[in-house]
Design a protein around this ligand. Structure first.
Ligand code: NI
Length: 168
């Protein structure tokens, strides 16, 4: 947080080529090394509209359903209804901190996978939250900017026991 690149709007991907494959491989390595649920290209210094995410079933997060590993290029989000819900989020670009963030409960997302094949999914709950968080990175937005009450923002250590745990 504070890096100018994280405040920029990323450029659309124009070619599904070896360079894109290499970028996504780097993103995947980074996400796994840091145990994240998702990562956006600007977080590793590349201002392109590419995000990845994956959530495996984890006994530490019994409320969270698994999300298949997804590479989403040039994503477009369409919220389904006005319903929002608040949930705790973390971010690999804001390490050690957590905040309570409102997100649309349900949405449709479209985009392309690594080969350029269209993706079109309707999701809700934590899956919808992860996608909104990651796609915000492509528009230069970090989750603290979405918070309604900064009293619900703090160090993970201090918040332990006060929040329902969620993966990063
Ligand atoms: Ni993030």
């Amino acid at each position: 947080m504070g890096e100018p690149l994280l405040r920029q709007v990323g450029a659309p991907v124009e070619r599904f080529d070896a360079e894109l494959t290499a970028l996504v491989a780097d993103m995947n390595d980074t996400m796994r090394a840091l145990n994240g649920a998702g990562l956006a290209a600007p977080q590793i210094g590349v201002s392109l509209r590419v995000v990845i995410f994956e959530v495996n079933s984890n006994p530490r997060y019994p409320d969270v359903s698994p999300i298949p590993y997804t590479v989403l290029v040039n994503p477009q989000l369409t919220p389904l209804g006005d319903d929002q819900e608040e949930g705790w989020e973390g971010c690999l670009s804001v390490p050690g901190l957590r905040g309570l963030v409102p997100r649309f409960r349900s949405l449709r997302y479209r985009g392309y996978d690594l080969e350029g094949t269209p993706i079109d999914r309707t999701v809700e709950g934590f899956h919808a939250r992860v996608v909104q968080h990651e796609v915000d990175h492509l528009d230069g937005i970090l989750y603290p900017q979405r918070m309604r009450d900064l009293r619900n923002f703090g160090f993970e250590e201090a918040l332990r026991g006060q929040m329902r745990p969620m993966p990063d």
